[in-house]
Design a protein around this ligand. Sequence first.
Ligand code: FEO
Length: 170
Amino acid sequence: MISSKVQDILNIQINKEFYSAYLYLAMSAYFEEIGLNGFANWTKVQAKEEVDHGIILFDYIIARDGVVKLEQINSPDRDFKGVLQVFEKILEHEKFVTDSINCVASMSEDECDLATRHFINWYISEQVEEEANTRDVITKLKMFGDDKASLYHLDQDLAKRTYVPHSYKI
Ligand code: FEO
């Protein structure tokens, strides 16, 4: 059994993960529109991973005999103005998610819920990886500047990203 405070913050986190999936899908659609299919692939794969993040939280709440409460998912930001600006938005969003995950960790400690504290470690590591991957793309984009050939090659690289499902096992 989990406390109502931990259950509530986990349910809020489910909503943030599904919103993240929506946001990445909106970005994927934008990249398709401007002809960057590799960037579109990268963001679509990320959207699928975000759905997994939400479902793992869902499964965890159920496993702890809690109650899943699915709230409305907001429309994603669609104010996109170029590749670099989109990736800067991704970094900003992932920092927001990192803060949110840290709050789940902090709340589980306050509630003496060591199972949730242990469970959320996977998300803490995942956030480090997601921020690092995003910074890597931003660094390259800044280095390339207006060089379209370099952008084309990066697009080819990002086209290689494949979706590997994540799941929660007790
Ligand atoms: Fe589920 Fe991008 O954090």
